[in-house]
Design a protein around this ligand. Structure first.
Ligand SMILES: [Zn+2]
Ligand SMILES: [Zn+2]
Length: 407
């Protein structure tokens, strides 16, 4: 199937894509319940030849396009949720909701996926198989993708002619402020990290600050644990299968002359393999318990599971980069040398279906990608013209996947 006109087809969709993106940007919503966003997406999809399922456990939308010929199904993901921060961009379509902002660019993902649905609907007759458009809520820590999987996202009924049409590939785009506008980047293997939380509570005995020997001060013990965690990381974890352990919050005490009973350490644990993810947890527990025992204090160590490691199928990632080279040109396609230590719940989809997470550059020529306000910043701004390449690459990955290319 020829892909050379896809970018022109995507460019024709840019105005309406920008309009939808700006509406979503103005009215951001958080978490898994996105009623306003869902209405905007549903009305943007109206009139397209899609079977639309509104999920009930979240505001997720699963829309299926049946091609003109039988074949498997390919999944394209766009996330729809925003972040809890106040926007400071002064854009004319700046968030109208206090303390909420589309600072991760999910508004662009949603708008591009709608654009891809339009582009692929127009080519429906030539498509051998189906396209499942996954509009997911709750990417920012609410596990929206997992809810959609649990609600049967992948359990599609047979195609119209009665043949089975399993989901054989899954692709997601994520806009990035660290890449020039319209560039495409990905890699095989681990591409994003796992993100677990740790909570360590050291319990001693409270008392008068002037007489520590009559108390058991948890504060120096907590400090020792924080230091020892970093040593544990550098001395026991393979540098080529790394982890990041960051203590982001430590709290104890009320004033200068009281020894408190407890000290609490909270942090995040990132890893790019499930092996290191498990190993570092064991190390954290051992260090916290060992240091506390050395000082005769009690300790509890709790972990809260976050998203797993996002692992691109190597063949699917190569496939996506090849398709991108064809659509946007070799000069705008980058094979990433390293994973990114952020986390993504597309990981749950990629644990079930081979596929790839792909980045799209969103920093315009007037800014330096190295210094531009990053994703999650109150000042981040994305160049909307990047969405032409985004729509075209979404469409190209689906078409090529179904027409029998590898991946
Ligand atoms: Zn984000
Ligand atoms: Zn994101």
């Amino acid at each position: 199937m020829e892909l050379d006109t896809l970018r022109d087809e995507a460019r024709d969709l840019l105005d309406e894509t920008v309009a939808l993106r700006r509406t979503l940007h103005r009215w951001p919503e958080l978490g898994n319940d996105l009623p306003v966003t869902r209405e905007h997406v549903l009305s943007a999809l109206e009139g397209l030849p899609l079977h639309v399922t509104q999920h009930s456990t979240t505001s997720g939308i699963a829309a299926v396009l049946d091609g003109g010929k039988p074949g498997p199904t390919v999944l394209l993901r766009g996330d729809m949720d925003a972040l809890p921060l106040q926007e400071d961009t002064d854009l004319p379509f700046e968030s109208a909701t206090e303390g909420q902002m589309h600072a991760c660019g999910h508004d662009t993902h949603t708008a591009m996926l709608v654009g891809a649905a339009k582009l692929l609907s127009a080519r429906r007759a030539d498509i051998p198989g189906r396209v499942l458009f996954m509009f997911q809520p709750g990417e920012e820590g609410f596990g929206g993708a997992e809810f959609m999987l649990n609600e049967g996202l992948l359990n599609l009924p047979p195609a119209a002619d009665g043949t089975d049409s399993p989901v054989t590939g899954a692709y997601a785009l994520h806009i990035s402020s660290n890449l020039p506008t319209g560039w495409i980047a990905s890699k095989g293997g681990s591409i994003m990290a796992s993100a677990d939380q740790m909570l360590i509570t050291v319990t001693g005995r409270g008392g008068h600050a002037s007489q520590p020997h009559h108390a058991l001060d948890p504060i120096p013990i907590a400090c020792e644990i924080v230091q020892a965690l970093q040593m544990m990381v550098t001395r026991t974890i393979d540098v080529f299968d790394p982890t990041v352990v960051t203590v982001g919050r430590i709290s104890a005490g009320t004033t200068n002359n009281i020894i408190p009973e407890t000290a609490v350490i909270e942090g995040t644990i990132r890893a790019i393999s499930e092996r290191t993810r498990a190993k570092v947890r064991d190390g954290i527990r051992r260090v916290a318990e060992g240091v506390s025992a050395a000082h005769d204090a009690q300790v509890t160590v709790d972990f809260h599971d976050g998203y797993p490691v996002t692992v691109n199928n190597p063949g699917s990632a190569e496939f996506a980069l090849d398709v991108a080279r064809e659509v946007v040109g070799k000069g705008a396609v980058v094979k990433l040398p390293n994973p990114i230590m952020g986390a993504e719940d597309f990981s749950y989809v990629l644990n079930r279906v081979p596929g790839a997470m792909v980045f799209l550059g969103g920093t315009g020529p007037d800014r330096n990608p190295a210094t531009a306000a990053p994703n999650h910043s109150n000042r981040v701004m994305f160049d909307e013209t990047a969405m032409v390449n985004g729509i075209a690459v979404y469409g190209a990955m689906a078409l090529r996947h179904l027409t029998g290319a590898p991946g």
